[in-house]
Design a protein around this ligand. Structure first.
Ligand code: MN
Length: 424
């Protein structure tokens, strides 16, 4: 199915502020609650939230092969379970309904009242009911930095790293939407020179600047998804802050990997940007040497040029941007990650979420975690209020941003924000 919604010349009859992350060419998908308490599945253009359930009931999706209750629940899982051609058709149709040259809805006051809401008067909810969550470790710069810090600078990458998109199974219950406050976790840690661990609040809470993709029902148990077909099973992407307690992580992670240092919270941005919307921003991924095994070999442009940044805002203070990175730095692509995840026959389902792993760029101002930015606490980072950070303080708010820009069109992800509260 041809994508018509990406045309840079498309204009909308809705008002869109300049530099909005959500022009008519974006059309992301999310779930929001209006002031009457109703939960609605929708999209947004500029600062207008759009109820897709209402649009469907008013027959605006006529002739698209959608189940009748697709947009009447409280998550996008049902929509995502439809074939990719249906996702594309719905997004194209939304672009048409709101096109400046189409006055059907524009001139229908009662329909507009049912469909359109001021984003400022809505509350964003989790867009999907996340079944399973997997986190990868796919930035070579991040893996090299952590390997250098904790093991051996000469052999920073473990022998498997250049052959396998390394990952682990995370926990979905604690994935929350942007704006949700996070409590500093408690747990076991061990001091550098101690023989016994102690119990208490983590002292080394960190963010991880990541993006995550959401899959559809990609394969049956026992079947695999090829790297060439993988993107057909990826609905879209969100920003992802994989909060991490480094001191808890360090003590617990051998031999089975991340556990309580990771699963106390992860924050996602509320609007899922479809892979369709990201098509114009494809770029070549980093050259892979040695050549991966055949089932991981890919052709074409499988990376995306998505500019990323992360900032810390102290309580009652101003934000300091600490890092500017880019999703294109990822060594292993999403297609390779999904192909690898299913190569053993593991089934991916609609609403599953897969994190990229911390996205660090090549320079120190592009690192994706405090661990790297402050180099394990040895190079504290300056905030613009004169204070310093090695990790995240109580009542700091961490905010991540992502957008693509080309030919005058900016496709953004909004923000992914969370405030760290003291231990509960
Ligand atoms: Mn992570």
């Amino acid at each position: 199915m041809t994508i018509t919604a990406n045309n840079p010349n498309n204009k909308t009859w809705l008002e869109v502020p300049q530099n909005s992350d959500f022009p008519i060419q974006n059309i992301p998908f999310g779930v929001f609650q209006t002031q009457d308490g109703v939960i609605r599945i929708g999209t947004r253009i500029g600062n207008t939230a759009i109820d897709l359930g209402a649009l469907q009931q008013l027959n605006y999706f006529e002739d698209i092969d959608l189940a009748a209750d697709t947009f009447l629940g409280d998550s996008l899982n049902e929509f995502i379970a439809h074939p990719k051609a249906v996702w594309t058709a719905v997004r194209n149709r939304i672009a048409f309904i709101f096109d400046a040259l189409n006055e059907t809805l524009k001139n229908n006051t009662s329909h507009r009242e049912e469909v359109l809401f001021d984003v400022a008067k809505t509350t964003s909810l989790l867009p999907v009911q996340i079944g399973d969550y997997t986190d990868f470790f796919s930035s070579k710069e991040h893996a090299t930095n952590t390997g250098t810090m904790f093991r051996d600078p000469e052999n920073a990458l473990l022998p498997n790293w250049l052959h396998i998109p390394v990952g682990y199974h995370g926990r979905s219950s604690s994935i929350v939407v942007s704006g949700t406050e996070i409590y500093r976790p408690k747990g076991q840690t061990i001091a550098a020179d101690a023989k016994q661990p102690t119990f208490g609040a983590s002292r080394l809470v960190d963010f991880e600047l990541e993006m995550a993709f959401i899959t559809t029902n990609a394969n049956e148990l026992g079947e695999t998804v090829s790297v060439a077909d993988a993107e057909n099973h990826i609905f879209g992407m969100v920003l992802f802050n994989d909060w991490s307690a480094r001191d808890i992580q360090k003590w617990e992670y051998v031999p089975l990997g991340p556990f309580l240092g990771k699963n106390f919270a992860s924050t996602i941005s509320p609007w899922i940007v479809m892979l369709d919307a990201l098509e114009p921003y494809r770029v070549t991924s980093p050259k892979q040497e040695p050549k991966p095994l055949e089932y991981l070999q890919q052709t074409g442009e499988k990376a995306f040029d998505i500019k990323l940044s992360v900032g810390i805002t102290p309580e009652n203070g101003k934000e300091t941007i600490l890092s500017n990175s880019n999703f294109k730095y990822m060594y292993w692509t999403m297609a390779q990650q999904l192909a690898h995840h299913t190569i053993n026959g593991c089934n991916a389902r609609a609403g599953d979420m897969m994190g990229s792993g911390t996205i660090s760029g090549p320079t120190p101002d592009s690192y994706g975690s405090m661990l790297e930015l402050a180099w394990r606490g040895t190079k504290p980072v300056n905030l613009n209020d004169g204070s310093q950070r090695k990790f995240i303080n109580d009542n700091d708010t961490v905010t991540m941003y992502a957008y693509c820009e080309k030919n005058g069109v900016r496709i953004g992800f909004g923000s992914c924000e969370g405030k760290l509260l003291p231990t509960k």
